[in-house]
Design a protein around this ligand. Structure first.
Ligand code: 5RP
Length: 224
């Protein structure tokens, strides 16, 4: 199976999991990216099983609108059972790097409003240590220089993502060369840099469940 076929198969497994484990119509948190797009497309036949969805980006909101899923905000949705989203990297403890699609801030917020984060990540995303994928960091535009300098002091090489303005009107720095051992400590440390809106380490909002593949077999890893 190639990467795209894996993404599609994993999205299908996630849909089955969510349908099996949602007893009554409930709100669903929906992520961003190509794996999440497969999931959104498959949701089309099951819209009535949900009261609606909270989208983690304008792009996902558009996809959800197209399939007729009602879009909810937090005051309508309350605490959700599931947030389903992809990842750029996931390590054996369930901490992730996210933000390849520049949606990390809203993704972290929506994830914080769900009991379980269902991570849908193809085989290539499963790593021993985070940091091989350049770490996306959303930054208030006026803070580009000071935040870049702070990242360099921490041993990283920040590169401003060209032509990218987030849904929140900010820029993304992709920070190369970080070896993220203690993910929670790194997440907290980077959050303290003035001008950083969100960093792409999801250790506090780590995955509760990983659906991935080994070749053509679905692999399920429960973290809680
Ligand atoms: C978007 C994300 C995505 O979940 C991540 O980039 C994975 O994307 P894809 O499913 O396209 O591989 O964090 O901000």
């Amino acid at each position: 199976m190639d990467q795209n076929q894996q993404k599609e198969a994993i999205a299908k497994a996630a849909l089955e999991f969510v349908l099996e484990n949602s007893n009554q119509p409930a709100a669903l948190g929906v992520g961003t990216g190509s794996t999440a797009d497969f999931f959104i497309a498959m949701l089309a036949d099951h819209v009535r099983r949900f009261t609606g969805a909270v989208a983690s980006s304008e792009a996902s909101a558009e996809g959800l609108r197209k399939i007729g899923m009602p879009l909810l905000n937090f005051s309508d949705s309350g605490l959700m059972d599931f947030y389903v989203d992809g990842a750029d990297e996931i390590e054996p403890g369930g901490a992730m790097v996210k933000g390849g699609g520049a949606a990390l801030t809203r993704e972290k917020i929506v994830a914080s409003m769900a009991r379980r984060f269902v991570c849908i990540a193809d085989e290539s995303k499963c790593v021993d240590t985070l940091g091989g994928f350049p770490l996306p960091v959303e930054v208030i535009p006026m803070a580009e220089v000071p935040v870049s300098q702070a990242m360099q002091q921490l041993g990283g090489k920040p590169v401003t993502r060209e032509g990218c303005i987030t849904d929140n009107g900010n820029i993304i720095l992709d920070v190369h060369g970080l070896e993220i051992g203690d993910a929670l400590l790194w997440e907290k440390t980077l959050n303290m840099i003035p001008g950083v809106v969100t960093n792409g380490i999801f250790a506090q909002q780590r995955a509760s469940l990983l659906l991935t593949m080994k070749g053509s077999e679905i692999v399920r890893v429960d973290y809680d």
